[in-house]
Design a protein around this ligand. Structure first.
Ligand code: 4NP
Length: 158
């Protein structure tokens, strides 16, 4: 299974989701059975590490984001992943606008997995530090929900 997290800049929300979800997979011994990545819609931060505020908030919860680097959503992402998980409605719209005609990969709001069918992970970039903790609370909840679906889907294996 291959999962791509998508936000606007790929320096706050989606790298946080990538780090949190990967750590959950590692804790369950499932990391080798899934591909997890993140990207952004916009070009502004390509090549940069996650925002220091996102890194600090994640570090406080035992998640290291320092090795991640921002990239933009690319046409081949629609072939390389089994699901695209958007942080907010604008991200979802941008994904659909860039979808190649042949692509059938599902794109959904990530917080569906936290039991919030229409809710967004708020963009913390222009806010204060507390926004990053709220982002982490939401992302941790959705990551646990996603993990449950993945565990039900993946058969026991090596
Ligand atoms: P992200 O946050 O989408 O969660 O990575 C943002 C980062 C940068 C910008 C907007 C949102 N920006 O406008 O540069």
């Amino acid at each position: 299974m291959r999962v791509l997290f998508v936000c606007l800049g790929n320096i706050c929300r989606s790298p946080t989701a990538e780090g949190v979800f990967r750590r959950l997979l590692e804790a369950r011994g499932l990391a080798h059975r899934m591909a997890v990545d993140s990207c952004g819609i916009g070009p502004w931060h390509v090549g940069k590490a996650p925002d220091p505020r996102a890194q600090e908030a994640a570090t406080r919860r035992g998640v290291d984001l320092s090795g991640l680097r921002a990239r933009q959503l690319a046409a081949d992402d629609f072939d390389r992943f089994d699901v695209l998980l958007a942080m907010d409605h604008d991200n979802l719209e941008a994904i659909e606008a860039q979808r190649p005609p042949h692509s059938r990969v599902p794109a959904r709001l990530f917080l569906e997995y936290a039991g919030h069918p229409d809710r967004a992970v708020p963009d913390p970039y222009f806010g204060g530090d507390r926004g990053f903790d709220e982002v982490l609370d939401l992302i941790e909840a959705a990551s646990r929900g996603l993990l449950e679906e993945v565990e039900a889907y993946l058969e026991p294996g090596p």
